[in-house]
Design a protein around this ligand. Structure first.
Ligand code: GDP
Ligand code: PGA
Ligand code: MN
Ligand code: MN
Length: 615
């Protein structure tokens, strides 16, 4: 019955791929999709793949060692509605994981993929999420099959990619089977009732099937689908670790020699990448050095010595371009400077000069519009007057660069042992109520705070921008199992650590209710809030107790060189009690949705609610 038109074994052997379980996986999908060619991808193939992609016009030059590409205009962000977690056990259904039975949804996606690679190449990308040798290596291996060369280029930057990584697994069969088929993007009915896209993680089969997109968040399967959804399911099922949408950074105080490691979750496009890349503000002199470990995913576990550890399973940065400039994030600009081998997606582009531009890159748009095309590929010079104000770059346009290009990347970023975690923070875009920072010194209350993270949704997900919603631990789009179990797993893992991390809720996005300006300068200045938190943990400051946590006093926060209006400073350092009273009712409803929420979380909720009433 074989319809395979290609010599799969020959291609895999020629590439040195010897893992029999991987071969069998590739054989099945080569036959199912009808692929005409098989090509195994390793990081060493990058420059050849770049040349081929340039020749095929899939990417364009954007300066020395820099490249530009556009995804289809209806395919520029993650689609939450079309994203599904499937298993064979109905008790895995949660509020946010869009659970479906594997037997029901698998045939639907496999149906879309049937024959879809006729005449095309199937790229085989063996990868590891997490540095080789980590205690979580068992959960790190995967093989992505894709029909899209640009996806290969992104995967090489975002993950550790190579045949050697998959040949000698301790358990050869224990790898994530990830299949990506782009599909006929112009005929998938994106956003209509007849939407054919399906982004499915069959978590208990460790299989990822994504059909209908070439946008990074949907198509780089090592990153979000494996690194977050599958890994958080694995972490729970094995009882061994947490996988969270967390940045991870180190703060070194050169004066005292002390280093703290802080990780934390903010919803997509809410400041993780900027925070982890931020160097100490110039105004504080060169006393502090912030080192970058990761900007989007952290795996957390308790080591043999009893300490809480974290590592970044990724190998690169997939950052939001908008508002990245010399002032907000000079480090990011260095990581995408000429020679960085970085990729830009859905920014504005000038094919004559090979320049790229996005909103906020420079205060003004390029004055000479000749040559420039916007994120849809349309000429700026041809725009109707009523389109003149439309953004040139998509608000979710991105840059992709590898960690070794980030100037402040930590020297030990690839250390499989990970780093000890001192603090865990949650935050998001919240225009009122949430102060600059409030610290929480209790595990259950910290987990409760994460579960009740409420923030504005962003352009990283289709059609959601600006909507205020709860986003537990910033994992709402990546939640793979029920929220009650998730909370219990958090209490268990972090609770097992010999030294408890301090928790905090941060908000860089509080706004003036009249003119809407941000009350806090944000970006590089955010370090000031984190320094206060680290000092609080070390007992050097005491803060001020409030109903919802410990806030810094004005004297404790290092404000050297900042010139904040009095009213703004007062607002970000106080609790808006009436707004918090209102909030507690919403939280009650939010938490009531979750089955079997641990009693500790309810206790924390009641304690905070009572304190807010009495405030
Ligand atoms: P991530 O997706 O969570 O990694 O978020 P990014 O760090 O990429 O930031 C997303 C958007 O928020 C970008 O447009 C940033 O310029 C903007 N942003 C990041 N940090 C701050 C901040 O502290 N203040 C303000 N006002 N904007 C920020
Ligand atoms: P982000 O990463 O969190 O940096 O936006 C991509 C995503 O979450 O979609
Ligand atoms: Mn993310
Ligand atoms: Mn980011």
């Amino acid at each position: 019955m074989s319809t395979t038109v290609v010599d799969v074994d020959g291609a895999l052997e020629a590439a040195g791929l010897t893992n029999e379980a991987v071969k069998e996986f590739v054989r099945y999908w080569a036959e199912h999709t009808g692929a005409e060619r098989i090509e195994v991808v390793s990081a060493a193939d990058d420059s050849r793949l770049i040349e081929e992609a340039l020749a095929a016009d899939e990417i364009q030059p954007a300066g020395e060692g820099l490249y530009y590409s556009r995804s289809y205009s209806k395919d520029t962000a993650r689609s939450e509605e079309r994203t599904i977690v499937a298993t064979s056990n109905e008790s895995d259904r949660g509020v946010y994981n869009n659970w479906r039975h594997a037997d029901e949804i698998r045939p639907v996606v496999e149906g879309h993929m049937k024959g879809a690679l006729a005449g095309k190449t199937m790229y085989v990308i063996p990868y590891l999420m997490a540095p080789p040798g980590s205690p979580l290596e068992k959960f790190a291996a995967g093989v992505e099959l894709t029909d899209n060369r640009t996806v290969c280029l992104h995967m090489i930057r975002m993950a550790r990619v190579g045949v050697d990584l998959i040949n000698n697994l301790a358990e050869p069969d224990h790898f994530v089977r990830a299949v990506h088929v782009t599909g006929d993007l112009e005929n998938l009915g994106q956003g209509t009732p007849d939407d054919k896209r399906n982004f499915v993680t069959v978590a208990d089969q460790r299989t990822i099937l994504h059909f209908g997109s070439s946008y990074g968040g949907n198509a780089l399967l090592g990153k979000i689908a494996h690194g977050l959804r599958q890994a958080s399911y694995d972490g729970w099922a094995s009882g061994q670790f947490l996988s969270e949408q967390f940045m991870l950074l180190g703060i070194h105080d050169k004066q005292t020699g002390k280093t703290w490691h802080v990780c934390g979750g903010f919803p997509s496009a809410s400041g993780k990448t900027n925070l982890a890349m931020t160097l100490a503000p110039d105004a504080l002199g060169d006393r502090y050095h912030v080192s970058f470990y990761g900007d989007d995913i952290a795996w957390l576990w308790v080591g043999e010595d009893g300490a809480l550890y974290g590592l970044n399973p990724e190998n690169g940065v997939f950052g939001v371009a908008k508002d990245t400039n010399e002032k907000t994030n000079p480090t990011a600009l260095e990581s995408i400077a000429p020679g960085a081998q970085a990729l830009f997606t859905n920014v504005a582009y000038n094919p004559d000069t090979h320049e790229v531009w996005w909103e906020g890159k420079t205060p003004e748009r390029p004055s000479d519009t000749a040559g420039w095309v916007d994120w849809k590929g349309e000429k700026i010079a041809d725009r109707n007057p009523d389109e003149a104000g439309d953004p040139w770059a998509h608000p979710n346009s991105r840059f992709t660069t590898s960690l070794d290009q980030v100037p402040n990347v930590a020297p030990d970023y690839s250390d499989p042992a990970g780093v000890k975690i001192d603090a865990i923070i949650f935050g998001g875009r919240t225009r009122d109520r949430e102060p600059l920072i409030r610290a929480i010194n209790d595990l259950a209350e910290g987990v409760y705070d994460g579960l009740t993270l409420g923030a504005e949704a962003t352009s990283a997900a289709d059609g959601k921008e600006g909507v205020l919603r709860y986003d537990p631990m910033s994992m709402r789009p990546f939640m793979s199992y029920p929220e009650g179990d998730y909370a219990a797993h958090w209490l268990k893992i972090v609770g097992a650590a010999s030294e408890q991390p301090i928790f905090a809720h941060v908000n860089w996005f509080q706004r003036d209710s009249e003119d809407g300006h941000f009350l806090w300068p944000g970006y590089r200045e955010n370090l000031r809030a984190l320094l206060w938190l680290c000092r609080l943990k070390d007992g050097e400051v005491t803060g001020r107790e409030t109903a919802v946590g410990v806030l810094p006093t004005e004297e404790e926060l290092d404000l050297t060189g900042l010139d904040l209006p009095r009213e703004d400073l007062d607002r970000i350092l106080t609790i808006d009690v009436p707004r918090w009273r209102e909030e507690m009712g919403y939280r009650q409803e939010h938490l009531e949705q979750f089955r079997e929420l641990p009693e500790e979380i309810w206790v924390a909720h009641r304690r905070v609610a009572d304190a807010v009433q009495r405030a």
